[in-house]
Design a protein around this ligand. Structure first.
Ligand SMILES: [Fe+2]
Length: 227
């Protein structure tokens, strides 16, 4: 994606999040200059991959297939400096914008419709060798066991949440308008724990056509932050 497109999306998302009475932490608003004025005390933000994450999965059609995430807190597997066994994110999907088919090998995640329109998901059971089954799936929606056919549409209204366990393959999108989601999960490892079918680029390259308003979580190294 072009940096100008990412900047524009972040500006819009900040307004959207504010309008839905959710407040991101202070580092969501740091500029490159703010980052450069900081030092070791902020290493957790860099090492745990906190912050902005704007993705089009390398497909170049963000409006249709894409997502904005903001990782608020996270741990790092096998790193005692960051012992949090949990992760929290805010996710923002535009109307009809799809987060494509994937599952996680280790991470259990609750996806929460915090505010906005309807959050829709399709679920399928995956196997460790990468097959997708047509069997029904059983999930917890706010503590209630619910059974769905493979690829049946699951609709969540604001306030509702679903628990996605490892190997429960999922895609999701916003219907009827944009949705502000939350994600509460085990430690998030976007480098090693995501299985996209078909394979997708989790961190596509950015074309730098203007300066960043805010850095993305995969920008810290590129901009020399705490290296
Ligand atoms: Fe997921």
């Amino acid at each position: 994606m072009k940096r100008s497109e990412i900047n524009q999306i972040i500006v819009e998302v900040k307004d959207f999040v504010k309008a839905h009475n959710f407040t991101l932490p202070p580092f969501a608003f740091w500029t490159l200059e703010d980052w450069r004025a900081r030092g070791e005390e902020c290493r957790e933000i860099v090492d745990a991959g906190l912050g902005w994450d704007v993705i089009d999965f390398g497909l170049g059609k963000f409006d249709e297939i894409g997502l904005v995430l903001f990782t608020i807190r996270n741990g790092v597997w096998d790193d005692k400096r960051y012992p949090k066994p949990y992760c929290e994110k805010a996710l923002i999907a535009r109307e009809n914008q799809l987060t494509p088919d994937h599952h996680h090998r280790l991470k259990t995640e609750d996806i929460i419709n915090r505010s906005g329109a309807t959050l829709c998901l399709k679920l399928q059971q995956a196997t460790p060798d990468g097959r997708l089954l047509d069997d029904p799936v059983s999930v917890s929606i706010d503590g209630e066991v619910c059974e769905f056919s493979a690829n049946e549409t699951v609709s969540l209204q604001p306030g509702q949440s679903i628990c996605l366990v490892p190997y429960l393959h999922h895609r999701f999108w916003a219907e009827g308008g944009p949705v502000l989601m939350g994600e509460v999960s085990a430690v998030n490892d976007d480098v090693g724990d995501n299985v996209f079918i078909p394979d997708m680029t989790r961190f596509p390259e950015t074309i730098e056509d203007e300066p960043p308003i805010h850095l993305l979580c995969n920008d810290y190294k590129r901009f020399g932050i705490l290296q």
